[in-house]
Design a protein around this ligand. Sequence first.
Ligand code: GLV
Ligand code: GLV
Length: 338
Amino acid sequence: AKTKVLVTRQLIDEAQRLLDAKEEELEIVQWQSEKPCERSWLLENAKGASGILVMLSDKVDEELLEAAGPQLKAIASFSVGTDHVDRNALKKRNIRLGYTPTCLTDAVADLTIMLILMAQRRGGESMAKVTKGEWPQMPWHPLLMTGPQIRGCTVGFLGFGRIAQASLQRLLPFGIKRVIYLTSKPGQPVKEDQLGLLKNANIPIEPASSADQLAEESDVVIVGCALTPDTKHLVSTDFFAKMKKLAVIVNIARGPIIDTNALVKALDEEQIFGAGLDVIEDEPNITADHPILRQPRAVLVPHIGSATIETREKMATESVKNLLAGLANEKMVNEVQL
Ligand code: GLV
Ligand code: GLV
């Protein structure tokens, strides 16, 4: 019998070809719609699968692993984040987990810069007014749509991994003054210097001793850490209360790291200047009545951090390679150490 694999999306050119080339050996069951894969479809079709390629919107939990059965060997996630995957459940069953942590770094770092500038320079608010035809009521004025400048800023990173460091690389030419970062080991220097910046940048780059210190000292806060029980609502009322009035916060990681109610309140009460969000709690169920959308200083885009054509092609191809390597007991392009 052929080995069964389940794939929860149609894939892009090369990735789909790579998968289809295995049709002699593999029974490929693939979700056909543009919409996210339905849970009931996933559970039904998982039965007997040896490998599953999932998107970040597909929960990989005990229920799915049970539904699949004991032959399941590998999960390949089309993402860098793996908070949708129950790692312990995989580990218990010796199921391997592939992911795509490196090929999207540049794309997400680019979006980080976009969101910082949008938040500081009021890009969303400005465009909304123009789109509504309000430019005639707001002719040029020395203080029209002014916001804080990026030069001279202290930038605080919550999480200081690949994407954070690639964002920092892009920020250096803007003339930022200083960097502080918080990882799961507060006060300790990170070991991985992905781009040699820690060694070579000619501004101070220092570990923060606490989230409080980072909130107090940063002009730009960048949320770039993984979502874990420890980072859920890491940014909430207390954090915003400590932030500077002209500071902006950007989230390119996972929505639940920021407490949305606290953010809305901080913007309402002008405790901070603005926010640039690629992710938000409860996404994608953000409808026009959501309170964040009444905040002119909040820029919200629909989780498009890795959405360059080039990167999505690479993520798709790498995901298929990880899946096939998992089935063949070979080395994955990138594997999570469970
Ligand atoms: C995107 O959020 C990802 O985890 O790839
Ligand atoms: C977590 O915040 C980390 O990046 O270490």
